[in-house]
Design a binder for this molecule. Sequence first.
Ligand code: WQD
Length: 352
Amino acid sequence: MHVLVTGGAGFIGSHTCLHLLENGVDVTAFDNFCNSSPDALRRVQELAGRRLQVVEGDVRDTASLHVILNGPTPVDAVVHFAGLKSVGESVAEPVRYYDNNVVGTLHLIEAMQRANVFTLVFSSTATVYGNPAPEHLPLKETAPCGQTHSPYATSKWMVERCLADLHLAQPHWRIARLRYFNPVGAHPSGRIGESPLGIPNNLMPFVSQVASGVRPTLSIFGGDYPTPDGTGVRDYIHVMDLAEGHVATLKYLATRKEGELLTLNLGTGEGRSVLEVVHTFEAVTGQAVPYQIVSRRSGDVPAYYANAAQAQKMLQWHATRTLEDMCADTWRWQTANPCGYQNESNAIYPKG
Ligand code: WQD
């Protein structure tokens, strides 16, 4: 099997490429490296003990997609991670987000159609659920969607709708729309992990940088939410579990000869608060995480976490790693790579 992974150098992309390689899949990683490092793919190959093809490019550049999809080794499926993912940044730069996330995906679909490749796993997000009413928690895939609060989330919802309409028009497509909750953690080797550019938007990398002294204190956005301890509740899922979920999805889609449109939550089903994350991180690492509770962050919702039953039923997959594992693996990555990946210009692998 040969899988094209767009955004393959990214946080979830790199961990998925590794798991694919470990499962005997041939991989072409396609990335424009706007928010990732070629070094991640170098390390993926080291960990896997085998090579992957790396092609530097942008999904909006259909010429390079065409070369890959019509190359000497037929592509059996595409896992599409490539896209911009910062909620806050998307509010400031909506057009850039719609161009990358929506237009980019439409270009990819067109290139796939021309190459007769009809199996697609799409990286969606739980933020398509907007601000769920308490009675909808834990969130099922059938919960109300689309009342999104940022161009990022809206762009993902728009792509979900495009894929639904594509499947309606061409039911032979095998499509999975995977709604991630909160991806965190790192490979247990400490060799690959999350490497945010600049100040982390997300909680776990920020906590990790405070614990290591890179940053003096954590601001907890809101202590007055209607949650057990007043801080925001989320469903944190280990990136290794996510990678395994993607491989399970590809295996499932490969059995669906008549086509399929599958929508799945990828979460643990457990909601954990910000303070629980902080205290768990301290307990696991022995490092203090000084914090101050400040006002709520615009756009945040009190709580969302998954009903993960459908993924278990359809894929026989569920998340197995604990919050303690997520903290321990994050910390190992942080201490081994205080500055994340080092962008190295002399890539040693052949350009695909
Ligand atoms: C988690 C909790 C914050 C930072 C976003 C995207 C989502 C997905 C994951 C891509 C919240 C609190 C955070 C900090 C804090 N990304 N927090 N201090 O906002 O749930 O989801 O990232 O798919 O699509 O929307 O994740 O990690 O930013 O926040 O108190 O410095 O931590 O208020 O309660 P979020 P997050």
